[in-house]
Design a protein around this ligand. Structure first.
Ligand SMILES: Cc1cc2nc3c(=O)[nH]c(=O)nc-3n(C[C@H](O)[C@H](O)[C@H](O)COP(=O)(O)O)c2cc1C
Length: 200
């Protein structure tokens, strides 16, 4: 089983990063070692130019590297194409995923088809203070409901302490770390019932 992890936060060891690491630890504990990790903030990714070159017949045959832009997406496309499990980990900033992660998703336009998205399990890890529902709805509509045989799993951590109004690091929430770890461990297990874990 192959997994690709997209760390969307610029904050290494922040909340979403830490949860993604727990998930990966769980995967590794179950012997699933084929994991590629991408830290969006460290990559050079130009936003999609909406040129539609990727859909021209002479480019389609070059898929998954059919985008005309030459940058770090060249490493991401084949990793994504081969993956059975895809993890998107992001904090909410101004109500949505980070711009760094969104740039990667926009560039996925080049391979937006059942061939590359269908049949995969997607794990969406969202950390926030208040509102995550819009982003969960996006992943459901744009990926889970759109492509065939997709499983969507969500892990949500609201890091705002309502009393002190301070951000509480997820390392203080053993239950959430375990949720991420257990999902990682279970996803590689063929007896795991994915349906029972869908949607929080
Ligand atoms: C600049 C900034 C903007 C933020 N905007 C939002 C927001 O619009 N909605 C929300 O629920 N949380 C917002 N947050 C809270 C973060 O999503 C939250 O602290 C999250 O746990 C950070 O995750 P990370 O440590 O992985 O970066 C914001 C935090 C910062 C620093």
């Amino acid at each position: 089983m192959k997994t690709v992890v997209f760390h969307g936060s610029p904050r290494k060891d922040g909340n979403s990063d830490t949860l993604a690491k727990s998930f990966v630890d769980g995967l590794r504990a179950n012997g699933n070692g084929e994991i590629k990790e991408f830290y969006a903030n460290d990559l050079c990714i130009k936003p999609c130019q909406m040129c539609e070159s990727c859909s021209k017949p002479e480019r389609v045959k070059l898929a998954p590297n059919n985008c005309v832009i030459r940058d770090d997406m060249e490493e991401i496309y084949p990793a994504f194409a081969e993956a059975d499990v895809v993890v998107f980990a992001t904090p909410i900033i101004w109500g949505y995923m980070t711009a760094q992660l969104k740039a990667i998703l926009d560039r996925m336009e080049a391979i937006a088809s059942n061939r590359y998205f269908g049949g995969k399990a997607f794990v969406v890890i969202i950390t926030c203070w208040h509102h995550y529902q819009t982003l969960v709805a996006f992943f459901k509509r744009a990926i889970a409901d759109y492509y065939d045989d997709v499983k969507l799993h969500t892990i949500i951590y609201c890091s705002l302490d309502p009393t002190s109004k301070k951000d509480v690091h997820v390392s203080n929430c053993k239950q959430k770390l375990e949720e991420a770890y257990n999902l990682g461990r279970n996803l590689g297990n063929p007896n795991f019932s994915a349906a029972s874990q869908q949607e929080n």
